[in-house]
Write a protein that binds this ligand. Sequence first.
Ligand SMILES: C[S@@+](CC[C@H](N)C(=O)[O-])C[C@H]1O[C@@H](n2cnc3c(N)ncnc32)[C@H](O)[C@@H]1O
Length: 210
Amino acid sequence: MTEFWEKNFKEKQEMWGLQPANSAVITSKLFAENKYKTILIPGVGYGRNAQAFIAQGMDVTGIEISKTAIELAEKEFGQSIKIYHGSVKDMPFDDEFYDGVFSHALIHLLDKNDRINMISACYNQLRDGGQMVFTTISKKAVTYGQGTLISKDRYEQFGGVQTYFYDDISINDEFGSYGLYDVSEVIENYPFYLIKCCKNANNTQDLTLN
Ligand SMILES: C[S@@+](CC[C@H](N)C(=O)[O-])C[C@H]1O[C@@H](n2cnc3c(N)ncnc32)[C@H](O)[C@@H]1O
């Protein structure tokens, strides 16, 4: 996985542009409404999504497997984001409890064991009442079913990237024990799910920081 992303960032640099993804804009508004201050972004890439949260006055910490992406983040955005270099498989990288976690388009790249471990590790780093928001590609994407089948709903495609395609059932299976309270659809370059979970709160009215 490291080699795949290193090669891509070296060759294509800021390959999704410098504007944040739609889901980052949506989530940054949700977190701002709740007066969140500290945000963890696993798979932060070169930092384009972090800017949506920083623009709302939040402190962002990232985790990123590609050294080249971290260097691009420093070039584009200076020292405004603290980024741990490593894999989400090795979380936690610190002993902080964050108000919010946002991870865009990473979890579907992992195998089942690593997906469950990532969800659990993110949940463990949330303060009580904090929220984590994941985006993941859906089975409605035209790429679903393309490439080589590795396991149920997981395909190797595009020169080596392995992608798991979620649906309502698998979202409930994997996120259901971690405060899942809302799933919606959002269009990025493909149809994505926006998956919202809250730690130890029964409804979103409990989420605002005082
Ligand atoms: C599809 S890209 C999305 C990047 C970023 N979220 C964005 O939208 O600009 C997935 C990102 O996750 C990073 N990544 C992949 N596997 C990872 C892992 N195991 N741990 C940490 N980061 C990883 C990749 O290097 C890449 O930056």
